[in-house]
Design a protein around this ligand. Structure first.
Ligand SMILES: NC(=O)c1ccc[n+]([C@@H]2O[C@H](COP(=O)([O-])OP(=O)(O)OC[C@H]3O[C@@H](n4cnc5c(N)ncnc54)[C@H](O)[C@@H]3O)[C@@H](O)[C@H]2O)c1
Length: 354
């Protein structure tokens, strides 16, 4: 294979980071872009010097020279597009969440097996340096048995609006948008134990609050301040138990009457504990003292771009060198099962056994 010829499906915000990543790879050529919005696709193609423009991904997938695609569309089209792409012989890097639910996600994995095409899920936080440091530490058994994990991905006022809060297109709110990242990260760090039960609550009390002044937030491209439709949860909490005895407590919000945004991730083992966020810190014992340890792990100044760079580089490496994929589609299915269970438990008021 000469250069890997890549297409982008969904010319929105996050696709820019995929493109930045691909552009840094000498063995990649960006050959096509597709977006439902023709004008947007044209602007995007001009900006990134991409020769072929489409508004229908089925047409784009007819391009024989196309080897791979990034699927960076709304969540409701991840499964149909990825399945069509693999059936057309293309390798797929699909953004998180892998699909709207576990059934769809499983069909994607089945297609990957049938077609022998790569399905990689965009769990980009697995490419953070801190995550790798912690993973190595756990693999060296320095935390011992990790029996409790705690994470929060909390925004005070951060509902992006638009498609993000239209359940038909997103599948849900902060659980499927933010919770997915940290639930996956904890699973990845702790050796992918299987979730066995979920007890959860979701809350729908605050909505978008489009009238708020004084602070700013990120808005989806199709956010319309005058039409603040929202039919997804604005916050959630869940207790997830795993087959290795670990319990994870997670909370997430887009809008919450709280002081400020708050992101944290902690793992507690019988030998030591670690805090990954807000900063990397270990808690252990030494000479009968409790000690704290802060490893020097410097993330790049633009950490967000750097992790996408490593993600796209890994995707291409898997295609070119047949390297084992760090983020296989199967992991996306496992996380979708947990997300489905969170919504089911919140609806029924009961624990869901997986
Ligand atoms: N990994 C991360 O940290 C991260 C961050 C943000 C978003 N995401 C994910 O990336 C995806 C896109 O999010 P975004 O913020 O870029 O959204 P966005 O609204 O900025 O862009 C989505 C684009 O997809 C296009 N689109 C939708 N359906 C399409 C279809 N069937 N065919 C062609 N184009 C289609 C839309 O017109 C839009 O331009 C979502 O799944 C989101 O969860 C991941």
């Amino acid at each position: 294979m000469d250069k890997v010829k890549v297409g982008i499906i969904g010319a929105g915000n996050i696709s820019e980071l995929h493109v930045q990543g691909y552009k840094k790879l000498p063995n990649v050529e960006l050959v096509a872009v597709c977006d439902l919005d023709k004008e947007k696709a044209e602007e995007y193609a001009a900006k990134h010097d991409i020769p072929n423009i489409f508004t229908d991904y089925n047409e784009m997938l007819k391009m024989e020279e196309l080897d791979a695609v990034s699927v960076t569309t709304w969540n409701n089209s991840h499964a149909p597009i990825s399945i069509a792409a693999m059936k057309a012989g293309k390798n797929v890097l699909c953004e998180k969440p892998l699909a709207m639910n576990a059934d769809e996600a499983q069909k994607m994995v089945d297609t990957s097996k049938e077609t022998n095409k790569l399905l990689m899920v965009g769990f980009v936080r697995r490419f953070e340096k801190n995550a790798n440091y912690i993973k190595e530490t756990i693999e060296n058994d320095e935390l011992g048995n990790v029996y409790y994990a705690k994470t929060g991905y909390m925004r005070k006022w951060g509902n992006p609006g638009g498609w993000f809060c239209d359940k038909k297109r997103s599948g849900g709110g902060p659980v499927i948008d933010l919770g997915v990242h940290v639930i996956d990260l904890i699973s990845y760090l702790t050796g992918k134990p299987k979730a066995v039960s979920v007890m959860a609550s979701t809350f729908e009390h605050l909505g978008l609050k489009p009238y708020i002044k004084g602070i700013s937030k990120y808005n989806a491209k199709d956010y319309d301040k005058d039409n603040p439709f929202c039919d997804v949860e604005d916050s959630a909490t869940a207790l997830i138990k795993y087959d290795n005895g670990m319990t994870l407590s997670i909370e997430t919000s887009w809008v919450l009457h709280t002081k400020e945004d708050n992101n944290y991730l902690m793992l507690y083992g019988d030998k030591a504990g670690v805090k990954m966020e807000p900063e990397l810190e270990f808690y252990k014992e030494h000479n009968d003292y409790f000690v704290e340890e802060r490893p020097i792990v410097k993330e790049e100044t633009d950490k967000f771009s750097a992790i996408f760079q490593r993600e796209t580089a890994h995707f291409i490496d898997c295609i070119v060198n047949n390297t084992e994929c760090r983020n296989p589609g199967e992991d996306g299915v496992a996380i979708m099962k947990i997300l489905d269970a969170i919504y089911e438990s919140a609806k029924s008021g009961h624990e869901v056994i997986l």
